[in-house]
Write a protein that binds this ligand. Structure first.
Ligand SMILES: C[S@@+](CC[C@H](N)C(=O)[O-])C[C@H]1O[C@@H](n2cnc3c(N)ncnc32)[C@H](O)[C@@H]1O
Length: 241
């Protein structure tokens, strides 16, 4: 997969692309990441990429012509999918990352300053928000996208790691523990130490349901319960204080 990022701060990606799992995925050739400086597409001699908004208002806006030139120059075929980072969109979900991870080529555009000239929006396929809050630029959101997408690529990380994590099967992940078995009087549940895989699976499913019920009950609104999940939910509710 190839991901191109259009940004006015290419230097922000140095550490990110050369660290840990992301760096290993890139080194193994599973993904190619290209960082493009939007300033290279400004035609004025000072490489301006922004200007004042019509009608007044605080701050500067990124110019539509510069952004459009940068975008056109980095679309390599009809299948290149383009996204604009923006708080003015539905917040990103794991399903969106799964969808993006199946694409051959993605271009991510990072806004900055007060935002972008609205006319640029018509040139992208989709706007992506990483949550209902406002950041100074689209660079961190683009890194969130790249990180979330790359770990889903085939052979990116172990398939087992992806299988039981949060949002798969519509539930949050169950709580997990490592050594020591007791810390400050808090013990790892006995069932996880007894080696009985059937009991461990049922316990983890129950804890995933409980975690979801307590922290993100909205996820359960459209959840399609199995018979076992219904029984476990009954147990959880009866055990609640
Ligand atoms: C300061 S923000 C602009 C906010 C804009 N004035 C508004 O109120 O909607 C500058 C840029 O940061 C990026 N950005 C900020 N918050 C974001 C979020 N929650 N998700 C995705 N991108 C975001 C976008 O690229 C945006 O163009």
């Amino acid at each position: 997969m190839k991901i191109t990022v259009l940004t006015i701060f290419p230097e922000m990606y140095e550490g990110f692309l050369h660290t840990s799992i992301i760096s290993r995925i890139i080194d193994r050739g599973l993904a190619q990441i290209k960082i493009v400086n939007i300033r290279d597409y400004s035609l004025d001699k000072h490489h301006h990429v922004d200007d004042t908004p019509y009608g007044g208002g605080a701050g500067m806006l990124m110019k539509v012509d510069v952004l459009h030139r940068a975008l056109l120059d980095n679309i390599s075929n009809d299948y290149t999918y383009t996204v604009l980072t923006s708080p003015k969109a539905r917040p990103l979900k794991q399903d969106d990352l799964i969808r993006f991870s199946k694409m051959d080529e993605l271009v991510i555009v990072c806004g900055h300053y007060e935002g972008i000239d609205h006319r640029f929006e018509r040139y992208v396929d989709e706007k992506v928000s990483i949550g209902d809050y406002v950041l100074t630029g689209g660079e961190l959101p683009s890194m969130v996208l790249i990180d979330g997408i790359l770990r889903l690529l085939d052979e990116g990380i172990s398939a087992d790691s992806l299988k039981e994590e949060s949002f798969n099967e519509g539930l949050l992940e169950y709580p997990q523990y490592t050594r020591p078995v007791e810390y400050n009087g808090d013990r790892v549940p006995d069932v996880l130490q007894n080696g009985n895989h059937k009991e461990i699976r049922r316990y983890n499913l129950k804890m995933a349901l409980k975690e979801t019920l307590l922290n993100r009950p909205d996820l359960l609104d459209n959840h399609e319960y199995t018979q076992e999940e219904r029984e476990l939910l009954g147990e959880i509710v009866s055990e609640l204080p």
